[in-house]
Each structure stands twice: as C-alpha cells, then as structure tokens.
Design a protein around this ligand. Structure first.
Ligand code: ATP
Ligand code: MG
Length: 139
C-alpha cells in the first residue's frame, strides 16, 4: 500500500515515537523509509571559522538524531535513507515528500517547542494543510 514512507525527526519524544511507528509500517509493508531532519539556517553574518563550525555542529547533531532514530526504526527490508536539510522543518518535509514520491508522512503532533498549552505544533499543522499524501500524527 505505502511504498515510500517519510518520518520527520527533531529529537523530541514524539518524533522518536513516530520513528518507531514508521519503522513498523515500513517493515510490514516492505516500504522504503526517508528520515528527514531539518536544521536552522546558519546566519550568513558569521565569518570564518565560526561559519564552518556552526555548520559542522548542526551536521553532527543531525547525525546523532539519525542514529537515535535508527534505533527506534529497527531493521527494515526496504531502503533506509536520510535527508538532512537547512530549511524550515515543514518546508523540508514537504520538499522531500515531493521529490521522493512519498505516499505517507509520519511525524509527531508536537515536537521540541516550549508552548505546552498548544495542542499541536506549527510544523505538523503546516504539513497537514499542505501535504498531498496522508499524514499520520503521532501522540
Ligand atoms: P513549535 O515548533 O510550533 O513551537 P512543536 O515543536 O511542539 O511546536 P512541531 O515543531 O510542529 O511542534 O513538531 C511536530 C513534529 O514535527 C515533530 O514531532 C517532528 O516529527 C516534526 N519536526 C519538527 N521540527 C523538525 C525538524 N527540525 N526536523 C524534522 N522534523 C521536525
Ligand atoms: Mg518545533
């Protein structure tokens, strides 16, 4: 049914739950899985060596998140890929969904945001509105 599943990981508990569920779905359906990790743009005004340092710190952090996500995903028979992008998270998710022909997006309802009063995060809200495939929000 689903052949290309995307899971969005920001290091939050919700996103690791999403990774676990996406792994289970991919395993059961023999689907390929794309792990998307977006990081904040590096400010252009940073000169060297700070610019390179800021970029490599973000990449190291993203690699760490991917390693943790892999633990949750477990082994799958399809291919496991990661896309690490410097972009607004929802934009990154929607871009990868489009370019990789994703047919299911799995993400957390909430993420790392501090506004506990909000029922749903802004990124999951934006993806639900703009995605052209089903979106599974994990609580
Ligand atoms: P807000 O960011 O609006 O303050 P929040 O952090 O609680 O609120 P969202 O950012 O919408 O909520 O997070 C919902 C889900 O979106 C996360 O569980 C994760 O799956 C995905 N997500 C959020 N940020 C990123 C990111 N930087 N990279 C990849 N996925 C992300
Ligand atoms: Mg957030």
């Amino acid at each position: 049914m689903f052949k290309n599943v995307l899971v969005a990981v920001d290091g939050s508990e919700h996103s690791y739950k999403a990774a676990k569920l996406a792994g289970g779905i991919a395993r059961n359906l023999g689907a390929d899985l794309w792990v998307v990790i977006a990081y904040d743009p590096v400010p252009g005004y940073l000169g060297e060596p700070y610019l390179q340092r800021a970029i490599s710190e973000r990449m190291d952090h993203a690699e760490k998140l991917f390693e943790e996500a892999k633990q949750e995903i477990g082994s799958i028979t399809g291919e496991l890929h990661t896309e690490i992008l410097e972009d607004d998270p929802a934009e990154a998710i929607l871009t990868v969904a489009k370019t990789r022909n994703v047919d299911l997006i799995v993400m957390g309802t909430r993420g790392l945001g501090k506004l506990k009063g909000m029922l749903q995060g802004s990124q999951s809200q934006k993806v639900v509105v703009h995605a052209v495939c089903p979106v599974l929000l994990v609580k």
